[in-house]
Ligand binder design. Structure first.
Ligand code: PLP
Length: 385
């Protein structure tokens, strides 16, 4: 059931883009157009060919905009599936090196029985390049599959991917990048940036939920094992009728996200400055980060309580890591950064593509009131102007 106009959700200020971005109107239009087509893209008749043409148009857009070959763009149901397929496809005969701060789609997507080594991060959340090189250089019977996210969903921290890719190339490792939070927010280019594979998700860039893509480089990407065999769609790499409306919406959203990128940096900086004056600690502040993401800890105030207070005031934000049950899960990301003590006190504010400055200003004021309510809060003058 859709919310009624007097439901708080309708007027709430949405600052949880890293959970999912609001649907772009252009993507909704593309979805409706695609949904009006009758055919199955696998059918050979005229209606099927029309649907197939639209599917291949979307594939060409996604591949071209992310520097991949359309033949090696596999549509999936989202970022989770794309990551899990890459892990299952490239793990056999390899040891897997996984970043400590990876999303659960990767941490829990590792095939059973695989040989996993964890890659440590520093206190800002960036992967330790010295340890990565040490691990890659260690003589080993198996080549490596390195799995690292381009941008962290909780903190927005960006790994030094150019250096990571150089190391992977030097030691013959396959580099799989989880680009789910990065696409549309920073430059992502499969071949030019040295990735062996990349996982993307439509709903994180203003497209619909339920579509994603796995982009493949390297010598034999067509041999990638499917997770679902089914009818052999996607050149045998992903069985199941393609979700054409969702895929068309994702492609349109990608074009818009790249052609009209949101400019969040100055708004985010001013907001963080105000939050810090109110007593917040910005987790990952020392590293390059996504311009839309702030992970803010308020020592002494539990994240769950912060979320509830802010929700009551009409703001949608999340804890660093909200699990599907809606409970606040313990943040393995902050723990890996050595911020275990703050892990239960941090919330994530992530600005959507259509954020309004006055909404962020109102949020900053609400956050200031929240912080001022702490037992040992220091009074702060002024807002975020
Ligand atoms: N990877 C990262 C970094 C994410 O933030 C998410 C979703 O939050 C995923 C993967 C999973 O993507 P999807 O929701 O499309 O399955």
């Amino acid at each position: 059931m859709l919310p009624s106009p007097d439901d708080g959700a309708v007027n709430a200020v949405y600052l949880d883009a890293n959970a999912t971005e609001p649907l772009r109107p252009s993507a909704a239009t593309a979805m409706l157009e695609a949904a009006s087509l009758v055919g199955n893209p696998s059918s050979v008749h005229a209606q099927g060919r029309r649907a197939r043409a639209l599917l291949e148009e979307a594939r060409a857009v996604v591949a071209r905009r992310l520097d991949a070959d359309p033949l090696n763009c596999v549509f999936t149901s989202g970022g989770t599936e794309a990551n899990v397929q890459a892990l299952h496809g490239f793990a056999p005969g390899r040891r897997i090196l996984v970043g400590r701060t990876e999303h659960d789609a990767v941490r829990k997507g590792v095939p059973e029985g695989a040989l996993v080594e964890w890659l440590e991060v520093d206190s800002t959340g960036q992967v330790r390049l010295d340890l990565l090189e040490e691990t890659l250089a260690r003589p080993h019977a198996l080549p490596a599959l390195v799995c690292l996210m381009l941008a962290n969903n909780e903190t927005g921290v960006l790994h030094p991917m150019a250096e990571v890719a150089r190391l992977c190339a030097r030691y013959g490792a396959h580099l799989h990048g989880d680009a789910v939070q990065a696409v549309g927010r920073i430059d992502v280019a499969l071949h030019a940036q040295g990735f062996g594979s990349l996982a993307c998700s439509g709903h994180k860039l203003g497209g619909p939920k339920g579509a994603g893509a796995l982009l493949l480089a390297g010598p034999a990407p067509r041999a990638l094992a499917p997770l679902f065999v089914g009818g052999g769609q996607e050149q045998g790499r992903r069985g199941g009728t393609q979700a054409l409306p969702a895929i068309a919406g994702m492609a349109r959203a990608l074009e818009e996200a790249l052609d009209a990128p949101a400019d969040h940096a100055s708004l985010r900086d001013r907001f963080e400055k105000a939050a810090c004056q109110a007593g917040a600690i910005v987790c990952g502040a020392g590293a390059p980060r996504l311009a839309n993401t702030s992970c803010l800890a308020l020592p002494g105030l539990r994240a769950q309580g912060q979320l509830m207070r802010l929700d009551l005031e009409g703001f949608c934000v999340s804890a660093g890591s909200a699990c599907s049950s809606g409970k606040v899960a313990f943040s393995h990301v902050l723990e890996a950064m050595g911020l275990k003590d703050l892990a239960g006190q941090a919330i994530r504010v992530s600005l959507p593509w259509n954020v309004r400055q006055d909404d962020v200003e109102r949020f900053a004021a609400a956050y200031g009131r929240l912080a001022a309510g702490r037992a040992n809060a220091v009074p702060v003058a002024g807002g975020m102007a």
